[in-house]
Design a protein around this ligand. Structure first.
Ligand SMILES: Cc1cc2nc3c(=O)[nH]c(=O)nc-3n(C[C@H](O)[C@H](O)[C@H](O)COP(=O)(O)OP(=O)(O)OC[C@H]3O[C@@H](n4cnc5c(N)ncnc54)[C@H](O)[C@@H]3O)c2cc1C
Ligand SMILES: *[C@@H]1O[C@H](CO)[C@@H](O)[C@H](O)[C@H]1NC(C)=O
Ligand SMILES: *[C@@H]1O[C@H](CO)[C@@H](O)[C@H](O)[C@H]1NC(C)=O
Length: 588
């Protein structure tokens, strides 16, 4: 999607407790130090500072989220990479993508990736959580145990156009008092065709609320958008508590390592953090009296562990890093969701394509948003989602065990976009389109994060190993065929003209596979690089209570701890840290 460059006025900074220079931090000791301010770190900083006896320091390498006014405007979510608030890394060449390297952005600002993401708000299937409970031996992870938290983090608010949402969401399973605002989008002509198709094709049933624990079927996407504005982890969990005198936030500063401060019962204590603003500039260190919590995300958390001497000793010795804790699984087991954007020509002018082409419309849209937080700029992309399973008799199951968490968990996803959307094919200058993104939710490929150098200011090697297994390529191919069956529903007659570009030429399974490998990218869902296992297990990196194995004083709370990438858009999953919902007590 291309939009004319849009500049908004800088918003007034509301950050009183935010330090931009580590040398100016107060000298008194901190009880807890949190590294990284994504959904993991923001929630922790909030909950720990709710106790006035704790002094909490939150460290973020990026700037405050007020530096980029586009963050607040949902429709401009695609304008946040590359930007002053993103990491702009690329992957190592991906064999499964025909040797291509692809962009691997993450948020680099207060709120982490939740400040630049597409705000799709999904919980995932109940069986994903039950599998986590079963595999870690901790019942606290079960769907039943987490339900109260899942509801408690949310406040369901009306969509920007205020339409009656009866039948589009089940309010009884959503919260009304939590910090994250969630809502549906405005109704479009495409929506009504989609829902007509669900009553015509039994393969694609309607699901009133995909966040019930049983996501299967097609329904309305819920977004972490409230009153037409992004409801990021920063907006939800940090902004309301900035006035707490016991919370300090330090931005523009990298944690370069966590530091051993002693030994207890033969185990190393890691209560120190070294920080710096550049490789050549001054380095500072701070000590937590209780704990250091790493929440740097699934790419940077394993990098920070390895730089600190926690990881696979063979790997660390290649960079002359002394191993303090030999944990071979650090940086391994990496998972992500591969995504393919499939555009179709449509016979309609009521798509979003013209907003991107016509600067007048886009100016009007932005003006409307500024005046009332309504209109096209109040919506993200991806108005409807379908979650589906491969048929039981699929030939792949003769070869591969079903990797999903249970019979009500999906293998693949459709995300519908009411315009042309592609990271690879250039948008045509005329015509109207819809796009069906197909996504593999239960990859069996496993990638890795490894060090590229011992310099913490260098990015690590990022290898999500996309489409690197028979299951993954099979599932994406079948998802594309399912999308073709879906748009053939009578509801799309005279509307969908046909597939655009390379998909139009793909006739055989082999053609479709070649198309898949040449066009796929990812949905920005890195996970599982410091995964959780049973207490006492030699595999994995953290225990079910998030403590790093074989250490004292150190925890990890972010997307890297989930042993499997959730069969969902995962940002809500990082908020389930068992305290996330317990009221935010704004202090003003
Ligand atoms: C473009 C994009 C679109 C997405 N769309 C969606 C969506 O629609 N729905 C959804 O559910 N999910 C989406 N996601 C994914 C979702 O946002 C992430 O899963 C989630 O934010 C991960 O949370 P986290 O706390 O693990 O890490 P992050 O959100 O990545 O936060 C980590 C933070 O730590 C900081 N950091 C890293 N290293 C250091 C260090 N050494 N010192 C100090 N700070 C450090 C980073 O700058 C960052 O701010 C999207 C992601 C992206 C990038
Ligand atoms: C990403 O790119 C933007 C725009 O080019 C730039 O401002 C930003 O500093 C880059 N981020 C990093 C971490 O280098
Ligand atoms: C476009 O839609 C009109 C009705 O609105 C129909 O008459 C026409 O045949 C359609 N064109 C195509 C190419 O489907």
């Amino acid at each position: 999607m291309r939009l004319p460059l849009i500049s908004l006025l800088f918003l007034k900074s509301v950050f009183a407790a935010v330090y931009t220079d580590p040398s100016l931090l107060p000298n008194s000791p901190y009880t807890y130090i949190v590294v990284g301010s994504g959904p993991g770190g923001s929630v922790l900083a909030n909950r720990l500072s709710a106790n006035p006896n704790n002094r909490v320091l939150l460290i973020e390498v990026g700037p405050s989220d007020t530096v980029n006014p586009n963050i607040r405007v949902p429709f401009l979510c695609t304008k946040l990479v590359p930007a002053d608030v993103s990491w702009n890394d690329t992957t190592v060449p991906q064999t499964g993508l025909g040797g291509r390297s692809i962009g691997y952005p993450r948020g680099r600002t207060l709120g982490g990736s939740s400040s630049i993401n597409y705000m799709v708000w999904t919980r995932g299937p109940a069986s994903d959580f039950n599998r986590l409970a079963h595999e870690t031996g901790d019942h606290g992870w079960s769907w039943k145990s987490l339900r109260r938290i899942l509801t408690g983090v949310e406040t369901l608010v009306p969509p920007p156009d205020g339409h009656d949402t009866t039948g589009e969401i089940d309010p009884s399973i959503h919260g009304s008092n939590g910090p994250v605002k969630i809502s549906l989008h405005d109704k479009t002509a495409f929506d009504s065709r989609i829902f007509k198709a669900t009553s015509q094709l039994a393969e694609f049933p309607f699901n009133r609320d995909m966040n019930s624990g049983n996501p299967l079927g097609i329904g309305w996407t819920q977004f972490s958008i409230g009153d037409g504005q992004r409801s990021s982890a920063s907006v939800s969990y940090l902004t309301p508590v900035l006035c707490r005198p016991n919370l300090d936030i330090l931005v523009n500063t990298l944690a370069t390592k966590v530091v051993q401060t002693g030994t207890q019962d033969g185990l190393p204590i890691f209560r120190g953090v070294e920080i710096a603003q550049s490789a050549s500039g001054p380095h500072f260190s701070r000590i937590a009296t209780k704990e250091v919590i790493i929440a740097a995300g699934a790419v940077n958390t394993p990098q920070l562990l390895m730089l600190s001497g926690i990881g696979d000793s063979a790997e660390l010795s290649r960079f002359n890093i002394r191993t303090i804790v030999d944990l071979p699984d650090v940086g391994k087991n990496m998972q992500d969701h591969v995504l393919l954007l499939n555009p179709f020509w449509v016979n309609s002018s009521s798509t979003g394509d013209d907003i991107g082409r016509d600067s007048r419309r886009s100016k009007d849209g932005l003006a409307q948003w500024e005046a009332s937080h309504t209109g096209p700029f109040a919506a993200s992309v991806g108005g409807n989602i379908g979650w589906f399973r491969l048929p039981k008799h699929s030939s792949i199951f003769r070869q591969v065990r079903d990797p999903s968490s249970g019979p009500h968990a999906p293998h693949y996803e459709f995300l519908t976009v009411n315009q042309f959307f592609s990271s690879i094919q250039a948008p045509p200058s005329t015509g109207h389109f819809i796009t069906i993104a197909t996504i593999v939710l239960t990859p069996t490929s496993r990638g890795s994060i490894t060090l590229a150098s011992a310099n913490p200011f260098d990015s690590p090697n990022i290898d999500p190993a996309l489409l690197n297994s028979d299951f993954d390529i099979f599932t994406m191919r079948e998802a594309v065929k399912a999308a073709l069956r879906f748009v053939a529903a009578p509801a799309f007659k005279d509307y969908v003209i046909g597939p655009f570009g390379d998909l139009a030429e793909a006739k055989t399974d082999a053609d479709i596979e070649a198309y898949v490998r040449s066009q796929s990218a990812h949905v920005f869902h890195p996970a599982s690089t410091a995964y959780m296992s049973r207490k006492g297990s030699k595999r994995g990196v953290v225990n079910p209570d998030f403590s790093v194995k074989k250490t004292i004083g150190l925890r990890i709370v972010d997307g890297s701890v989930l042993p499997y990438v959730p069969a969902a858009h995962p940002s809500s999953n990082h908020l389930h840290h068992r305290g996330a919902s317990s009221g935010v007590d704004p202090c003003q």
